[in-house]
Design a protein around this ligand. Structure first.
Ligand SMILES: CC(C)(COP(=O)(O)OP(=O)(O)OC[C@H]1O[C@@H](n2cnc3c(N)ncnc32)[C@H](O)[C@@H]1OP(=O)(O)O)[C@@H](O)C(=O)NCCC(=O)NCCS
Length: 171
C-alpha cells in the first residue's frame, strides 16, 4: 500500500517517522493469528516512547481513578471503572467493560463486547476474543488467547488457548 492513498490519506513507509518528527504514533495492530508478534513489531519501529499517542473515543467512559498507558486505543462504548490499570500498547475494542481494580498488562488486546469483571489480572501480550467473559478475581498469565465467546471462570498460567463455557485449555 506504500505510496497509494486510502480514504484520501497518503500511505508512507517507516521513513516517515524520521521525516515527520512531530507526528505522534499509534501502533495497534494484531489479530488472533499475529498477536504474539506485537511486541517485536513495535520494537522494530524504533521510536522514542514519548512519541506514542493514546487515543480514547469520546463515547468511552474512563474513571478518573483509572490509569491508562501510552500507545493505547480505547474504542467507542468501552467502560473502564475505578482503579483499573491499562498498560502500554493495549487495544480495547468497542463496548467492552474493564471493571474495578483490573490490571491489563502491556501489549494485550481486548476484543469487542467482552466483560472483564472486577480485580482480574490479564498478563502481558494476551488476546481476549470478542464477547468473552472473565470472572472476578481471575489471573491469566502472559500470551493467553481467549477464544470468542469463552466464559473464563478459573485462573490459567501462560501461553494457553482457552475456549468454551466453562473455558478449558486446548493447548
Ligand atoms: C479459538 C480460535 C483462535 C481458534 O483456534 P484454533 O486453534 O485455530 O482452533 P480451530 O479453529 O482449529 O478449532 C479447534 C476446535 O475448537 C473449536 N473452537 C474454535 N474456536 C472456538 C470458540 N471460540 N468457542 C468454542 N469452540 C471453538 C472448534 O469448533 C474445534 O472443535 P472440534 O475440534 O470439535 O472440531 C478462534 O476460533 C477464536 O475464537 N478466535 C478469536 C476471534 C475473535 O474474537 N475475533 C474478534 C476480535 S474483536
Amino acid at each position: 500500500m506504500i505510496g497509494k492513498k486510502k480514504f484520501g490519506i497518503e500511505i508512507f513507509d517507516r521513513k516517515a517517522f524520521e521525516k515527520i518528527k512531530d507526528a505522534k504514533i499509534l501502533a495497534v495492530h494484531g489479530g488472533p493469528l499475529s498477536f504474539l508478534q506485537r511486541e517485536d513489531i513495535l520494537q522494530s519501529l524504533n521510536v522514542a516512547a514519548e512519541r506514542f499517542a493514546t487515543v480514547i473515543h469520546p463515547k468511552a467512559e474512563i474513571s478518573k481513578n483509572a490509569k491508562i498507558g501510552k500507545d493505547v486505543l480505547i474504542m467507542a462504548g468501552v467502560i473502564v471503572t475505578a482503579n483499573a490499570i491499562v498498560g502500554d500498547h493495549v487495544i480495547i475494542l468497542p463496548n467492552s467493560v474493564i471493571h474495578h481494580d483490573c490490571n491489563i498488562e502491556d501489549f494485550t488486546l481486548i476484543g469487542a463486547n467482552t466483560t472483564i469483571a472486577g480485580n482480574v489480572r490479564i498478563g502481558k501480550n494476551c488476546y481476549i476474543g470478542a464477547a468473552s467473559s472473565i470472572k472476578n478475581g481471575i489471573t491469566l498469565g502472559e500470551k493467553i488467547l481467549v477464544g470468542m465467546g469463552a466464559n473464563v471462570i478459573n485462573s490459567f498460567t501462560r501461553e494457553k488457548k482457552l475456549i468454551g463455557n466453562p473455558a478449558k485449555s486446548i493447548t
